[in-house]
Design a binder for this molecule. Structure first.
Ligand SMILES: [Zn+2]
Length: 447
């Protein structure tokens, strides 16, 4: 008898549940879609999931994943690989089960899930069950291996947003609802039976938000998709193109065009002319992007892109903002990253030279009137102290020893040929001797 009963339960569990109750609408977009994933609307803020209780029924959250609260906080991640803003099951595991308790039986209009990642953690693969909790054999927390349909749950939908080809990088949305917007039914509990989306260990979806909309709720407030503000400018002579992205700093859009752009248009070509070398062509397009994820760094350059700190700039518009951009444009023109590609045995250019050149251009050529690189304390007068101090040293060498020093130094650095003995070749004095002579000038108050 015992074995007959077991067989019966196994058969029940193996019979496939029918997921015919609801429709699944999918939305997909690239990483910059701003969760505007037509035809699915952006995530809701005041839906009833925001007050529901979420729990892990089976499986383990990843060590880098925050708690389930990120799923109903009405907030979306800010970038395409942001573990701290998504819930995901442990690397190497095959998903798990998430339960949602709405607190009372409610007539539901729709359920929606949102996810975002730059690889196969983007797409979603899960089965959704719902229950009112009234079935005699109702199990509120069935583990994987138990078919929820056998213990009081209604199979609502099967969701699979994986594309036919590719890893599905980008933003995904799935909305479960009925045709003609008829309610889905009256339920208190939801069960998401989630699977990984691919074979490898890093394929558990980055779930960003889960929404549940009450059929009785007339209007749902939704996240406003970020409006892109990207302006494209061509120089008058047609040689250069400048792109300014102020999406993350809308209040700086006008200043960027009226105040910053003229400086860029005047100085980028000047920098190109100041730092030539044989066979070299500086980038003819430069992108400026305000960002809000740079910590304490005001600005930096990588390739032909300059990142500007959105929180830092507003307080510096009349102070350091423009000079800081001059410095970064210097790095774009320098392009010393290139030495590794063009020279088989590139010599390393010390950072104090790279930074000193950009600060020299900024403080002595762009804004000499500000005297920002004046060295007050002779104890700080070390030629390799970088930035402003090195800038002061370079200005002294240019002034007293070699008018073409900047071009020579730049060419050597760009080609990966910088070495200390070059100073003697160029000026007749070693770097140490130059440093000492300059220090005397600083001491005498002549710098
Ligand atoms: Zn720099």
């Amino acid at each position: 008898m015992k074995s007959a009963l077991l067989t019966c339960v196994a058969l029940l569990a193996a019979s496939p549940a029918l997921f015919a109750a609801a429709e699944v609408t999918k939305g997909y977009g690239p990483s910059d879609a701003g969760f505007k994933l037509d035809p699915v609307l952006p995530p809701a803020i005041d839906d009833i999931a925001s007050k529901a209780t979420f729990s892990i029924i089976d499986g383990q959250k990843d060590g880098a994943s925050p708690d389930l609260a990120v799923l109903n906080d009405g907030k979306i991640p800010q970038s395409e690989d942001q573990p701290s803003a998504n819930f995901f099951f442990a690397n190497g595991s095959d998903g798990g089960r998430i339960g949602v308790d709405l607190g009372s039986v409610t007539s539901l209009r729709s359920i929606a899930t949102y996810s975002w990642h730059n690889k196969e953690r983007g797409p979603q693969l899960y089965k959704l069950y719902a229950a009112d909790g009234r079935a005699k054999n109702f199990n509120a927390a069935p583990k994987k291996g138990t078919d929820p349909a056998t213990c009081g749950w209604v199979p609502l939908a099967e969701v699979d947003t994986r594309p036919k080809t590719g890893d599905g990088a980008g933003q995904h949305a799935a909305e479960i609802s009925n045709k003609n917007r008829r309610p889905l039914g009256s339920y208190r509990y939801l069960l998401f039976d989630i699977s990984k989306t691919a074979e490898d260990a890093f394929a558990n979806t980055f779930f960003s938000e889960i929404d549940v909309v009450d059929a009785g709720q007339s209007e749902v407030q939704r996240i406003k998709p970020l409006e892109k503000i990207v302006k494209n400018y061509k120089s008058k002579d047609g040689k250069f193109r400048y792109i300014i992205d102020s999406t993350k700093a809308p209040a700086l859009t006008e200043w960027s065009e009226k105040e910053l752009l003229p400086v860029v248009e005047e100085w980028y070509p000047k920098l190109v002319a100041l730092l030539p070398s044989n066979g070299y062509r500086a980038p003819d397009q430069v992108t400026f992007e305000y960002r809000d994820d740079m910590g304490g760094t005001p600005a930096y350059a990588a390739g032909n892109k300059i990142s500007l700190s959105a929180p830092w700039f507003p307080g510096e518009l009349k102070r350091e903002a423009k000079g800081c951009v001059i410095h970064e444009m210097g790095h774009v023109v320098q392009n010393y990253w290139r030495a590794a590609q063009t020279n088989r045995n590139p010599k390393n250019t010390p950072g104090w030279i790279t930074e000193g050149i950009c600060d020299y251009i900024r403080w002595f050529l762009y804004e000499p009137q500000s005297q920002g690189a004046h060295v007050r304390d002779v104890n700080q007068a070390k030629y390799d102290a970088s930035y402003r101090v090195t800038a002061n040293f370079l200005d002294w060498v240019v002034d007293k020893k070699d008018k073409a020093l900047l071009q020579k130094l730049n060419e050597a650095a760009r080609e990966g040929k910088y070495e200390e003995k070059l100073w003697k070749d160029w000026t007749g004095s070693t770097l140490q001797e130059l440093g000492e002579d300059w220090k005397k000038a600083v001491k005498d108050g002549k710098r």
